[in-house]
Design a binder for this molecule. Structure first.
Ligand SMILES: [Zn+2]
Length: 150
């Protein structure tokens, strides 16, 4: 299941990526460009714009919820995505799947305490960001559990 989202849904895009889903988000793209991306890459267009959806010749879905938390629940339910969640496997910034790296290989880029304490370090090949299981991941994990009600 791959998506492209409109400019109104940036927060939703980020969280879908955090849950492992492939989401294109281009705040600078025109409506025509969004539709072209959806068509070329066989993505479902998620939008808040009824007009865009009406004119649209691709698979589209009108997101009804206003708050991003509710939008996320709505999309997970609509497309039956819960069993497909693979949290923290994709870069929330640029949508690239993360790869595991030896922490020795990126030692110079890690804070000392992270280097000493963490065993699992992941790299985004798209934007070179590094990820590890720090406090922000714990916070997001709690948020995910809260959102999914588990
Ligand atoms: Zn990235």
């Amino acid at each position: 299941m791959k998506f492209v989202v409109d400019v109104m849904l940036g927060r939703l895009a980020r969280w879908l990526r955090l849950l492992g889903f492939d989401v294109v988000y281009r705040p600078d793209a025109s409506d025509e460009q969004l539709i072209a991306i959806a068509e070329a890459e066989e993505r479902t267009l998620l939008t808040k714009d009824t007009r865009l959806l009406r004119d649209c010749r691709v698979n589209g879905y009108l997101v009804r919820s206003a708050r991003w938390e509710d939008q996320l629940r709505e999309v997970l339910a609509e497309f039956h995505l819960r069993d497909l969640i693979r949290a923290f496997t994709r870069c929330p910034e640029c949508n690239t799947p993360l790869v595991a790296v030896e922490k020795e290989a990126v030692r110079s880029r890690l804070p000392q305490n992270v280097y000493e304490e963490q065993t699992d370090v992941h790299l985004c090949p798209g934007c070179s960001r590094l990820y590890w299981a720090g406090t922000h991941v714990e916070r997001m994990s709690r948020k995910i559990e809260e959102l999914l009600g588990e």
